[in-house]
Structure formats: structure tokens, C-alpha cells
Design a protein around this ligand. Structure first.
Ligand code: FAD
Length: 298
């Protein structure tokens, strides 16, 4: 049918994979297993998160550099500006440039838990992500990605103010906007239209979180302003003790979301892998993103 085989020529979708820096040897092992499985999909980049306040500064750096040496795929280092002076942040960025890292995911970060929840800029620091982007561009011609919120960031008074903030980040030099995770395709599509309408030309890349543990995602989503639709609760209902079925459903849900977005013209996807390959690999397969030998759409 036409839904499966759209008239436009099939093009290879671009994908990117996000990891967090491992804390223990066991976590390190599972990260590199995931990397080994996902690298043959030729992602545009791997990215590595940064503990707000710099708690993972060294581990993020080491993971990013090792990804570059071992896979040859261009890594992106996340960097947040919360709780640090501009000088400290600039130093981290310069060390990346010196190590051959050319792509930064520039973020504000969140206040450490227990600080009352409200963000206040460091007195000698970058005030927000837009200021960080401008600062990074002064240091070196990094490629820069920034965060976007189809359902609005919880700190933002309204959706228009949030979109203006995104525009400031792009105007400051960001090349790509990666969204917070979301579960309703229409939320993303409306957001993409509104971004285009105010003149944001950088690509808006959907951030995909394959969910196999409904309870924990509902908790995280509450913190970052994403809503978890009730149909998802229903899909996972009764499976608390059945991890295997939950994972199959997770692949189906995220696969359906990605295919809908692709049909609406999305050609790049960023996966929150949580350092595991299996769900992301399966969804990429559904999207025709496959290792070269397996005859993927190219
Ligand atoms: P900003 O773009 O600075 O904006 C935050 C909010 O403040 C927005 O609502 C904005 O509208 C508002 N705002 C900003 N400036 C102004 C202003 N001048 N006036 C009025 N309102 C303003 N966190 C980590 O700690 N480490 C990570 O590695 C990490 N990676 C992430 C990756 C992605 C793809 C995403 C989507 C998020 C990530 N986060 C990470 C979370 C992020 O740090 C938080 O969502 C944080 O609360 C906001 O960061 P931001 O860069 O979007 O901030």
C-alpha cells in the first residue's frame, strides 16, 4: 500500500545515539557492548551527557574521547553551565577542542536537587543556554546542538516564550535542536510548524525515548514537563512483573511513533539509549537504518 511505500525516493534516515558516562566497571562494560552494536548503524554522532554542575566532567570527557578513537564516529559532548563560572566552562570546552572534539550539546542544566528547585545562574557564569552557545562560538567554531521542548519547558511562562528562547539559541549559533522526549507525534509536529513560523531554520530533531519501564518514565516525565499519555499506562498495565513483554511493547510504541514522524517528513532521530542497544537497534531496523552488510535502505 502507499502508506508502506511512499512515492518519494527512500532516503537513509539520520540517527544519533545518546549515552551517559558510566560510573562503575559493570556499567562501563554494558555501555561499550551497546556502542559495539550501534556503531555499525553509522550514526551521525554519538552524544554523552554531562552531570549538571560538572559531576561527570572527567567521565564525560573520557567517554567522548574514547568513542572518537574506538569508533571513528564523531562524538558530541554535552555541557551544562549551571553552578560554574564562564572561565570553568570555557576551560572544559577548550579541552574538548584540543582533543579534537568538534560538537557540543549546549545546555543550561538543572539546579542540584535540594536547592529548592529554582534555577539561578552562577554569579560569574553563563545565564542560560543561549549565553553558553554564544560563549562557545567565541572559543572555537564548534558544531552546536541545543535542547527544545515540544511540550514547553517547565520553567517557561508559556509556549511562545519558550519558542523565543529556542530562537535565541539558534540565533546565537546553534546548528540543531534536539527535543526532549515526547509520546504524541502531534505535539512534535505542531511544535515543528510553530518553530518554522517564527523563522527557526535549524533542524528540529525528535528525541526518542524507547520506554520499557512505564513507572520510571512517568516519574522522569513529571520532572521534565513531558506528559505520559493514558493510553501508554493502559498498554503497560498488568506487566509489572513481565519485563520481556514490556520490551516488546516498548519497541512497538517507539517504532510506531518514529514511522509516523518519518511519514511527516522527519529525517533525523536522536535516541535516548540509556546505554542499552536492543530497543534502539530494533527501532532503527524498523526505520530501515541497518548495518551496511544487512542490506539497509541507503
Ligand atoms: P535554556 O534554553 O537556558 O532554557 C531553560 C528555560 O528557561 C526555558 O524554559 C527558557 O524558556 C527559560 N529561559 C531561559 N533564558 C531565559 C530568559 N532570558 N528569560 C526568560 N526565560 C528564559 N541536563 C543535564 O544536566 N545534562 C545533560 O547532559 C543534559 N542533556 C540534555 C539533552 C537534551 C537533548 C535535552 C532536551 C535536555 C538535556 N538536559 C541535560 C536537561 C536540561 O539541562 C534541562 O532541561 C534544563 O532545565 C534546561 O536546559 P536548556 O539548555 O534547555 O535551558
Amino acid at each position: 500500500g502507499t502508506a508502506e511505500f511512499p512515492a518519494r525516493a527512500p532516503q537513509r534516515l539520520k540517527v544519533s545515539f545518546e549515552f551517559f558516562p558510566p560510573k562503575t566497571e559493570a556499567m562501563e562494560h554494558s555501555l561499550w557492548e551497546a556502542v559495539k552494536r550501534l556503531a555499525p548503524l553509522h550514526p551521525t554522532f554519538f552524544s554523552v551527557t554531562y552531570g549538571a554542575g560538572g559531576s561527570t566532567r572527567q567521565r564525560t570527557h573520557d567517554t567522548v574521547v574514547r568513542l572518537k578513537t574506538e569508533t571513528g564516529i564523531e562524538p558530541a559532548a554535552h555541557l551544562t553551565c549551571v553552578g560554574a563560572t564562564c572561565g570553568e566552562i570555557d576551560e572544559v570546552a577548550r579541552a574538548y577542542w584540543d582533543a579534537g572534539i568538534r560538537h557540543i550539546v549546549a545546555l543550561r542544566g538543572d539546579p542540584p536537587s535540594g536547592m529548592g528547585g529554582k534555577y539561578t545562574p552562577h554569579p560569574g557564569g553563563y545565564a542560560n543556554a543561549a549565553a553558553l552557545v554564544a560563549g562557545l562560538k567565541k572559543i572555537a567554531p564548534f558544531q552546536i546542538s541545543v535542547a527544545a521542548y515540544p511540550e514547553k519547558h517547565p520553567d517557561s511562562p508559556d509556549a511562545d516564550a519558550d519558542l523565543e528562547n529556542l530562537k535565541r539559541k539558534v540565533d546565537a549559533g546553534a546548528d540543531r535542536c534536539i527535543t526532549q522526549f515526547f509520546f504524541e507525534a502531534d505535539d512534535f509536529l505542531r511544535f515543528r510548524d510553530r518553530a518554522a513560523a517564527i523563522g527557526i531554520e535549524a533542524p528540529i530533531v525528535p528525541g526518542i525515548m524507547p520506554v520499557s519501564n512505564y513507572q520510571s518514565v512517568a516519574r522522569i516525565a513529571g520532572l521534565c514537563g513531558s506528559k505520559v499519555p493514558s493510553w501508554m499506562a493502559q498498554l503497560f498495565d498488568g506487566l509489572d512483573d513481565d519485563a520481556e513483554t514490556r520490551r516488546m511493547i516498548a519497541a512497538t510504541v517507539a517504532g510506531d511513533l518514529c514511522r509516523r514522524l518519518r511519514d511527516e517528513g522527519a529525517d533525523q532521530f536522536h535516541f535516548y539509549t540509556l546505554n542499552r542497544a536492543d530497543l534502539t537497534f530494533a527501532i532503527c531496523h524498523l526505520l530501515g537504518v541497518r548495518p551496511a552488510r544487512a542490506g539497509g535502505v541507503s
